[in-house]
Design a binder for this molecule. Structure first.
Ligand code: GDP
Ligand code: IMO
Ligand code: MG
Length: 427
């Protein structure tokens, strides 16, 4: 059982943090392979609640080595404050490894994220404002700053100069902002160098050697399939590849090493930020899902948009990720509805469509076709096995499994580690 990928099957916030933490005790490495501190992963261990943004959720499992892979974008100030916050709570973070090839979110990337969103006005993406898109843009434009650059002042200065050359023109002439001084940025970045030095490593070598030795490596995705820059609802997406292939490029591990791809799937749907969302609810059901599910962003504190389960999306996630399993989360939130609508297909301009349309225009016009499934009223939060669930909850899970195209191997019935029904073992 070498490498597993655990990723979001919808628009993020599916419960990846909880699922990763659950497996963290049984794996040797947990690796973030993309995204940055736009992620917000909540993990509940006993009576303790942790909100992780940049650190892999495996950091809470003492036997596990957490790794920030080359595909991640790192804001050093956020990373250091997350580390010190955990240290203050008695969590040992000394095993952390950070790829020298990971790109740094500089202060000017954060500024550019905020001003471009403001400039887009009503066409804005609703980003988290953490500098994610501009940092990946710099990476692709080959003017990015990497972690390893912090250890060569001359190279760092040249690279910051190159990056600010165009940006300062843009900031001053287009956005009416003050220019950013190269020296100030370099000074701030150099200040992080010593603090990060103990963690910086050749993570590609470490992970591949670990796999050679039959160690278990878990790749933890940020965001979700429909936020993927290639496979998501572009342009209302993030700027990286949360889908399974991203684990290979974002960690430097070949696809032949990956034997299991687990999609985390909420029993209903949520989305933060702008963009199409066919099953979105604007009524009291949406309000109830938000309230009962606690659907408020961990990173930005924004209310999440809520809607019913969308099987078209789930099937799409199975396809583009090659999912072997689903981990269905938050089934407990649906307790109390007499009937639960599930979107089985879309109606687009009078036609019934079973699969996600590749055309953005069509997707914007998609209306959900619902099937009503009978609900349950019994408290399921103490259920330990599938047979403990009421018959209608069992039927709901089975129906979702049938529609989604991969087995549901675990079910979340509460936020805590132990509030999970394991059906098939992941390891
Ligand atoms: P992530 O970004 O995918 O890690 O998900 P978030 O942490 O942003 O949002 C998921 C929320 O649901 C968190 O507050 C979790 O503690 C909570 N959660 C996860 N699984 C379950 C579950 O099965 N039931 C309930 N009630 N809450 C859950
Ligand atoms: P986790 O890992 C939900 C959304 C933002 C915005 C879009 C682009 O907790 O599931 P960005 O700042 O990435 O350029 O914003 O992506 N977004 C998320 N939505 N969960 C996340 O992470 C998200 N990370 C980014 O709201 O719509
Ligand atoms: Mg989240």
């Amino acid at each position: 059982m070498p490498a597993l990928v655990l990723l979001g099957a919808q628009w993020g916030d599916e419960g990846k943090g909880k699922a990763t933490d659950l497996l963290g005790g049984s794996v040797d490495y947990v690796v973030r392979y993309q995204g940055g501190n736009n992620a917000g992963h909540t993990v509940v261990v006993g009576d303790q609640k942790y909100a992780l943004h940049l650190l892999p959720s495996g950091i809470l499992s003492p036997g596990c080595t957490p790794v920030i892979g080359n595909g991640v974008v790192v804001d050093p100030s956020v990373l250091l404050s997350e580390l010190s916050g955990l240290n203050e709570r008695g969590v040992d973070t000394s095993k952390l490894l950070i790829s020298g090839n990971a790109h740094i979110i500089t202060p000017y990337n954060v500024t550019v994220d905020k001003v471009t969103e403001r400039f887009l006005g009503k066409r804005k993406i609703g980003t988290t404002g953490r500098g994610i898109g501009p940092t990946y843009a710099d990476k692709i434009n080959r003017v990015g700053i990497r972690v390893q650059d912090l250890y060569d002042e001359s190279i760092l200065t040249q690279k910051v100069e190159a990056a600010l050359d165009v940006k300062n023109q843009m900031l001053t002439k287009l956005y009416n902002r003050r220019a950013i001084a190269v020296g100030q940025v370099v000074e701030e970045l150099l200040d992080y160098a010593d603090k990060l030095a103990p963690y910086v490593a050749d993570t590609v070598l470490v992970l591949n050697e670990a796999l050679e030795q039959d160690k278990v490596v878990l790749f933890e995705g940020g965001q979700g399939t429909l936020l993927d820059i290639d496979h998501g609802t572009y342009p209302f997406v993030t700027s990286s590849n949360p889908t399974a292939g991203g684990a290979c490029t974002g960690a430097g591990v070949g696809p032949t090493k990956i034997s299991r791809v687990i999609g985390i799937l909420k029993a209903y749907t949520t989305r933060v930020g702008a963009g199409p969302f066919p099953t979105e609810l604007f009524d009291e059901d949406g309000e109830a899902l938000r309230r009962i599910g606690g659907e408020r962003g961990v990173t930005t504190g924004r209310d999440r948009r809520c809607g019913w389960f969308d099987a078209v999306i789930a099937r799409y996630a199975t396809r583009v990720n090659g999912l072997t399993d689903f981990f269905l989360t938050k089934l407990d939130v649906l307790t109390g509805w007499e009937q639960i609508p599930v979107c089985v297909a879309y109606e687009i301009d009078g036609r019934r469509v079973e699969e996600l349309p590749y055309s953005q225009t069509d997707f914007h016009h998609a209306k959900p076709v619902y099937e009503m499934l009978p609900g349950w009223s019994e408290d399921i939060s103490k259920a330990k096995s599938f047979s403990d669930l009421p018959k209608n909850a069992q039927a709901y899970v089975k129906a979702l499994e049938e529609m989604s195209g991969a087995p549901i191997s675990a079910i979340g019935v509460g936020p805590g580690r132990t509030e999970t029904i394991e059906i098939n073992s992941f390891l």
